[in-house]
Design a protein around this ligand. Structure first.
Ligand code: FE2
Length: 131
């Protein structure tokens, strides 16, 4: 499970704070699943996580200038991919399909960590360069 480290900082306080919250929500969800909560409760945790992901991506996207930020297309595509994967998984859960929640959370945790350490750093540099 990914936890916050200083090298994850993108140098934008609001984004860093949201990243910490995002990682906390993933670990809260993992803890709930490990504790064996009912499927309905696990789905509630996941819904909360998905809602926060959408809100967080909107914050980052509001900082991007499509004409000036060189990683705009890639960054938007990664956000879209993550949102779709999360919403598809949530839908499968809500439809009562057989899903592997621990595997999904491990994947999501790694995805978020890689994204923060990679693509989000390019946004931090872009925003720093503007000021
Ligand atoms: Fe991002």
């Amino acid at each position: 499970m990914a936890t916050w480290t200083d090298r994850m900082s993108v140098g934008i306080d609001e984004v860093d704070a949201q990243h910490r919250t995002l990682l906390d929500l993933v670990s809260d969800t993992e803890a709930a699943v490990e504790a064996g909560v009912a499927r309905k409760e696990a789905a509630r945790y996941l819904q909360r996580l998905c809602d926060y992901v959408v809100e967080h991506f909107a914050t980052e996207e509001s900082l991007m200038d499509p004409d000036a930020y060189p990683e705009y297309d890639r960054h938007m595509a990664e956000h879209m991919e993550c949102t779709n994967l999360a919403l598809d998984f949530l839908q499968s859960m809500n439809e009562g399909k057989d899903v592997d929640m621990p595997a999904f959370l491990e994947f999501a945790s790694k995805w978020i960590e890689d994204h923060i350490l990679g693509t989000d750093q390019t946004l931090g540099r872009f925003v720093a360069g503007k000021s």
